[in-house]
Ligand binder design. Sequence first.
Ligand SMILES: [Zn+2]
Length: 376
Amino acid sequence: MHLSILKKTSMLTAILLLVFSSLAFAATNPGGPSTNGNTTISSTLSYADVVKILGDIEQSSKGKVEIFTLDEYGKSEADRSIYVAKVGTGSKKIWIQAQIHGNEKLVTEAALDLLKTYASSNSKDVQKVLAESTLYFIPMYNPDGAELNTRGTVIQSTGKSLDLNRDWTVDGGFVAKESQVVYAYWADLKPDFAIDLHHQGLKQVYGTNEATSFSLGVSLAPNGPTLPEYKDYNKVTRQMLAYVYDEMEGYGYTHIDRYQIVDRESQVGYDIDIKGGVVSAMMMGLNYNGLNPEHHSHPAVFFETKGNTSDGSLGQKSNGYLTKQNYLALKSLVYGYVTGEVYEVDPDHWSDIPAYPLAGYWTDYNGIVPIGESGF
Ligand SMILES: [Zn+2]
C-alpha cells in the first residue's frame, strides 16, 4: 500500500514538499493522492475530546496537573480557547506544542499521553523530570484548523487560510489571533527550551527502501545560514537530535532520519531555514510589539511523524505505533534535557542521522539557497 502511494507521489514532482514547508504541493496538486476518503479522522481527537481529556487528567492527577486557557490573552480566530497544561515544580521551563497545523493529528495524542504519564507515574525518571522542570503543553495550538482538518486557520476578517507556523515575524506577521495570543504568553512565560510536533508526507530514508517513520529537525538549519549567529544553539540543537536518535535506536525504532525537503529525482535534500516559524522566532528572540524587549530566546527542535490526514498517508493501523514513537522521543528528550545528558553528546554525531546529500537550504526569505553559493 505504501509502495503504490509512493509511486503516485513521485510522479507528481521532483521535489517533494514536506509538511513543514509552506507549500503543501503534494496535497493540493490535481491528480495527486486523493484528499477525500483515504483517511478517516474519526479515530483522531476533536477539540472537544482534547478539552475533556485535559479535564480528566487534571482531576485524576491529584493536583499535579493544572489546566488553563489563554483567554486572558485572547482566543482563536473562530473564538475557541487555547488550552495549556502545566505539570512539574522545577525551575527549567519546557514548552511542548502540538498541532499548530490542524491536519496533523497524532502529535496531540502523543503530547496528551506524555502528560498522562507525568500526571500518574511514580517512576524515578518521571519524578526527576517533575522535580527539576515545569512543563507547559499546548496540545492543540490551532483548534480552528483542527476542527476543519486544515493546515492553517481561517482569518475571519479576510476569509483566507493562514499557516500559523509562518506568522511569528515582525515583517507583516502576527496576522492571526492565535499568533498574538500564544506569542504574548510565550513572552510572559520565558521558557528555556521548546519542542514542536508535526506530521510530514511520505518520504524514504536515504539509500534505503524504507519509509521514514519519524524525522528530527531544527527549523533554522544547523550549520546553516542563520542558526550559528544565535548563542550556542547550533551546537545544542545538534546534540539534542543526536541524543534522541540514539535513544530511539535503543527502543528499536530505526526508520528515523533528519528532516529535509527531498528532491526525489536527484536524490538530494534541503535543510529548512524558516525564520517565520514559531520555534525559529523563539530561537531568534523575536521582540514583537515590545513584549520581549530583552530578546529572551532558547533552543528548540521539532519532530515530524509520518503521515497526515490531507494526503491520505495516515492509516489507522499504524497510528498506535506512530504515536508511541513520538511519545518515546518526547519523553527521552525531556529527560535528556533535564538531566543534562544531551550536553554529553558529540554535536557532530548529528551528521550520523541518516540524511540526503545536502544540496542547499530551503528558506522563507530567499527561496532555495544552494550550498556553496552563499559560502555555507
Ligand atoms: Zn506541521
